[in-house]
Design a protein. Structure first.
Length: 264
């Protein structure tokens, strides 16, 4: 069994330790097949992903040479596997990845599961997403994004990471752990200054930590930034959080600790 990791630099691990995939073209080939999550990728798609505009003269032979090299590499890593992981189909090339073998697929599955239980199990949601987010070792592919297919997949996984962070912060706020997540929320808001959900959550955490003035200052800076950079006003949800802070809405605190779920 192999473990593939792309939430960070590409890693392939065997039962005896990590294995190296050498060469930019080989890494791009593996990454492209992995982000397809078991679906075939056309030869034309792989060529464009690997070489871009610098396509070799005999692209079919060049691609087949790299595919054969990858097959040999994977076979050496799994000598007992009866069939190759890389197979050819009428619609292209496919890399077989079993459940639990690709960190990105497991991460997406966990986020979807958390979305379905977040409303009634804040503790479980916070724990589940904390573990899932620990899978991330850096940007997808470690800053080696490849071509269009990999870039689109990287953006999709990154959006799931943002969603996981939002759900986890919601759960922590509902559990009354405002001070515990304050530093993380401040960092998330600083790194994604136009993402309003992080701003809402940071405002609630500040208010519930006894820092009303700071919470309102965060709102004012967000409103100014939205206006200057996008020419828009804060969303109704963000304005409702500001209003709740100004009137000391009990929904922001209390035993229920429903915070943003009630307000926004």
């Amino acid at each position: 069994m192999l473990k593939f990791s792309i939430l960070g630099a590409l890693q392939v691990r065997t039962v005896s330790g990590p294995a190296e995939i050498s060469g930019d073209l080989q890494r791009t080939l593996v990454q492209t097949l992995l982000v397809s999550e078991g679906q075939p990728v056309s030869g034309e798609g792989l060529v464009e992903e690997m070489w871009g505009e610098a396509v070799p003269d005999n692209q079919a032979n060049a691609l087949q040479a790299h595919v054969s090299r990858l097959r040999r590499k994977l076979k050496a890593l799994e000598p007992g596997r009866p069939v190759s992981r890389v197979t050819i189909h009428p619609s292209g090339y496919r890399l077989t990845v079993e459940e639990g073998e690709l960190d990105a697929a497991e991460f997406v599955r966990t986020v979807r599961e958390a979305e379905s239980c977040s409303a009634y199990d804040a503790e479980g949601t916070a724990r589940m997403l904390g573990q899932a987010l620990s899978l991330w070792r850096g940007p997808v592919f470690g800053g080696f994004p490849g071509g269009t297919l990999c870039q689109l997949a990287g953006a999709r996984y990154e959006e799931y990471r943002m969603r996981a962070m939002e759900l986890r912060f919601d759960a922590e706020l509902r559990l009354g752990r405002h001070a515990a997540v304050l530093a993380e929320l401040a960092e998330a808001h600083a790194n994604h200054p136009l993402r309003e959900r992080f701003c809402e959550q940071l405002m609630v955490a500040l208010y519930c930590s006894g820092r009303q003035a700071d919470a309102l200052d965060v709102y004012r800076r967000m409103r100014r930034q939205l206006d200057e950079e996008l020419g828009i006003q804060p969303s109704p949800a963000l304005r409702r959080v500001e209003s709740a802070i100004l009137r000391h809405d009990p929904a922001l605190v209390g035993d229920a600790r429903s915070t943003l779920l009630q307000i926004a």
